[in-house]
Ligand binder design. Sequence first.
Ligand code: PMP
Length: 418
Amino acid sequence: MSSIANLRSVEGAGATLDPRRLRRDFPVFEHNPGLVFLDTAASAQKPRAVIDGVAEFYRRDYANVHRGVYRLSARSTELYEEAREKVRRFINAADQREIVFTRGTTEAINLVANSWGPAFLGKDDEIIVTELEHHSNIVPWQMLRDRVGAKLVVAPIDATGGLDMAVFERLLSPRTKLVAVTHVANATGAMPPVASIVRLAHEKGAKVLVDGAQAAPRMPIDVQALGCDFYAFSGHKTYGPSGIGALYGRRELLEAMPPWQGGGDMILTVTFEKTVYNELPHKFEAGTPDISGAIGLGLAIDYLQGLGLDRIEEHEAALTGYGIDALAALPGVRVVGAGQRRLGVLSFEVEGIHPHDLATVLDQHKVAVRAGHHCAQPLMEKLGLAATTRASLGLYNDERDIDALAAAIRAAQEMFVR
Ligand code: PMP
């Protein structure tokens, strides 16, 4: 019996997750006894269903896609396109043609910045980003700004660490053409009110791109309910393989956008005089794609949906609350604020210990956390911090992991702060 079927039959629908049992689905924990993995925001561990499923695909069904007339290639193509359908369902897009496979969130954002950007943005048009963004939702827009002469406008956080919505509203204007905002901030876990942001931006005629890298593994995503124009996420953070991810774009937008990379698969006909581009979504998938990555992502989605994204969200929200309380109870520890809502990520400072020293000591206690600027240097600067230590959660974590983190922090304090 598969582990998912097993979980369903034992726990029944609606029951809360049992992370200790789910851990058995992840071979990494077998191979690293005692590992307390609290770095899922950087990349999630992989369930056996993904690891074995990808290997099985290479063993049984592998050939290039969209090309061969032979059966093996047809089967490979079918599996690849089935994975696209799984992504469509995962984020509730209306149409498979709205799902473009990319290398990940970064490439998805760069696709929009390089294709939609120059086609629809000009001098003095404005792009709003927030102070909560990862570098990959800042730098592509700076590059676009410099290319077309647009302006980059920054929506600030407030004193609590959440997005300041009053200021955001004031920054919106008819000049705003795009708002690029994270669904869950990777450095602090802050959750800006994305649905309201979309509504306000649309009132001004602006498009909205949502960076879903941290949200997709943690909560049900419904791009139609959100109303966003673009949504980007990464396979490797969603318990799937690295090197794959997806861009959702509303169909009429993708139809109107020029391709950004040329090559095989994105064409219908080519002569030296003229090329006719392929239809969606292939127009944006030049060259041989990451076939096994897409199939692995589809298997990860099967796994997550088998557990229920609503149950995963509930689990992570409860554990986030437990983590805040546990860390706040430690003397000399300060959790970095994330406004009214946060999910799955806890950034903190320990008085008198540099985050890198702390992470090194925690590792000696088999607690894996991240230390640094978390690819969000502008946010760190705003917070007045050079670096933080970050613990981030996955579906395999429970209270015992947080307790182990707290115990390891106390041990570090014994060493450094005396
Ligand atoms: N946005 C956020 C919020 C992230 O956490 C990350 C990864 N740390 C990215 C974008 C970039 O994702 P990737 O490296 O998978 O392209």
